[in-house]
Ligand binder design. Structure first.
Ligand SMILES: [Zn+2]
Ligand SMILES: [Zn+2]
Length: 105
């Protein structure tokens, strides 16, 4: 199966959102919005461009001014590096917390 991926528009940001394969019914745009991504016309992202058909995406880390994501890891929202703490894995960039055992049985 082909999974769609969304990348962050900000220069030097390595954030990535991969379409999960366990949510077949959901639209990718809706999924990335839930994960904290912001979609907007490239016009707003790159002033001076007049191609309004092109849309850009900004990752949750950059949206919250915690980007750019430099190290990739396991964060489900931005694929940034996450560190294990008692209550789960905390993303160093967008601060998404993934509870332990979420995808393990
Ligand atoms: Zn970003
Ligand atoms: Zn993250």
């Amino acid at each position: 199966m082909i999974r769609e991926a969304v990348t962050c528009d900000r220069d030097a940001c390595a954030a990535l959102y991969l379409q999960p394969d366990d949510r077949p019914g959901l639209d990718l745009d809706e999924l990335i919005e839930r994960a904290g991504w912001v979609a907007r016309p490239a016009l707003l992202v790159r002033p001076g461009r007049d191609d309004q058909e092109v849309t850009g995406h900004t990752c949750p880390a950059c949206t919250a001014d915690r980007g750019p994501v430099l190290e990739l890891g396991d964060c489900p929202a931005c694929h940034g590096r996450a560190v294990d703490r008692l209550d789960g894995a905390h993303c160093l960039y967008c601060r998404t917390v993934t509870p332990h055992g979420d995808d393990e049985i």
